[in-house]
Ligand binder design. Structure first.
Ligand code: FAD
Length: 396
């Protein structure tokens, strides 16, 4: 398992600039998940006429944005792009919160659990945080035990606590972006859409499962794990893997200790277990980042895999011993939408110049969605270039 969920490689560059669309032109955005929802909202605010489309609705249970919560963190090793993107995204989420009048971001801080003296994934981001006036707290094994009495420190060398970060209410936040889009004058359609008629290198309309066609000047396909199905010509460029998360019930007498525990990430270099203890009363959430088998996000059943659950229980018995025999309250199977190198995908379709492909969140996209959406809107308005690392070519 590559660590690209945590720190994809990035080289600053000139990027790719597109011909700007004219003000007021009609853009159809297919997929109202985190990426599509924010893109549609920013496009609307730029004065375009926007139709946002989703088969099952924003933050639906099949989608990657449809789980209860998602981690927000800026630590990305030496990757400056994602560090800066997260800093900007954090500010956008707070602005959105105040605009919609709902708390969506919980700043619990993020505790990185490190096994070796040098952990570049964290160490290399600390200078970036320092530039933002932020100090990470170093905790040796004894201090970890003193600060976090429910934590088992077997095998750990030290911890780093980043005071900025925590979790977002994922499906609620995704739905609130779509509601805000509609409130600001956008059109939302709940229907499935596939590319329809095209002519001389341009797509002219979508075929909708509602039984009619929708014309537009440009199209953004932000279809997450479905992108590979909709565009087989991309040769499985975006792969959909089965990722599991579990919600355990904590012992009543320890509720406060778990509810006040920060978001944590176990940097073992292999499984990368991570968790959101508080998780808005849904139970102690734990996920495993190692890639699961490929699956069909539309049709496959989503029952937990007993082997994955057994691995999680073994990990809990070491890292959170009080939860070794905790009751499993809920589980989720969600699709990772993996790009080949973990960098996001933002590029024109190879055959249709007025089609933008947006996705490849690769297990770390949710937090960045406000900034990814803003970039996609600026790109369509010809106001910003697409970073090379997001383009389709020379990444396979
Ligand atoms: C288990 C798990 C844990 C994760 N943890 C984190 C985390 O802690 N932090 C983080 O930042 N990121 C995390 N991620 C990644 C993050 O959730 C995704 O990168 C992000 O949600 C992707 O958003 P999206 O809009 O691209 O895709 P989605 O949310 O999947 O949205 C795509 C939408 O397209 C719609 N659609 C598809 N095909 C069609 C069609 N033909 N017509 C109409 N609509 C269509 C679907 O219904 C769906 O709503 C995690 C992902 C998983 C699976």
């Amino acid at each position: 398992m590559s660590a690209n969920t945590f720190a994809p490689v990035y080289q600053p560059d000139n990027g790719k600039l597109l011909q700007p669309l004219d003000h007021g032109e009609h853009i159809a955005v297919i997929g109202a998940g985190a990426f599509g929802g924010w893109t549609a909202l920013w496009l609307l605010r730029k004065g375009f006429k926007v139709t946002l489309i989703d088969s099952w609705g924003p933050g639906n249970s099949r989608s990657s944005s449809g789980d209860e919560t998602r981690v927000i963190r800026s630590t990305y090793g030496a990757n400056r792009l994602y560090f800066d993107m997260n800093e900007q995204a954090y500010a956008h989420w707070l602005q959105h919160e105040s605009r919609v009048g709902r708390k969506l971001l919980y700043n619990t801080g993020v505790l990185w659990l490190c096994y070796t003296p040098d952990t570049p994934l964290v160490d290399d981001s600390i200078p970036f945080a320092r530039e933002h006036g932020r100090k990470f707290q170093y905790l040796d094994s004894a201090e970890l035990t003193k600060h976090y009495r429910v934590l088992g420190t077997t095998g750990l060398h030290h911890g780093w606590f980043d005071p900025k970060g925590g979790y977002l209410l994922a499906r609620e936040a995704t739905a609130s972006v779509c509601e805000q889009f509609i409130q600001e004058g956008g059109t939302f359609l709940r229907t499935e859409a596939i590319p329809g008629h095209y002519h001389s290198g341009r797509l002219s309309e979508l075929e909708l499962s509602k039984g009619y066609a929708l014309k537009a000047n440009a199209f953004v396909f932000a279809c997450g794990a479905w992108l590979g199905n909709i565009f087989p010509e991309l040769n499985n460029w975006i792969t959909c893997t089965r990722q599991e998360v579990f919600y355990f019930g904590v012992p009543a007498q320890h509720t406060d200790a778990f509810e006040s525990f920060p978001v944590w990430i176990d940097v073992d270099g292999k499984d990368f277990y991570y968790g959101i203890p508080a998780n808005r009363y849904r139970g102690f959430k734990i996920g495993v980042d190692i890639r699961g088998p490929q699956f069909d996000p539309s049709a496959d059943n989503r029952l937990p895999d007993p082997d994955v659950l057994q691995g999680v229980r073994h990990f809990l018995s070491i890292r959170f011993p009080l939860l070794a025999n905790a009751p499993l309250l809920e589980s989720r199977v969600c699709p990772y939408e993996n790009s080949p190198d973990g960098n996001f995908l933002l590029d024109q379709h190879p055959a249709w110049e007025n089609v933008l492909l947006l996705g490849g969140g690769s297990g770390h996209g949710f937090k960045h969605a406000p900034v990814v959406g803003e970039l996609a809107a600026d790109v369509l308005a010809g106001q910003r270039a697409i970073p090379q690392c997001f383009l389709l070519k020379n990444r396979v």
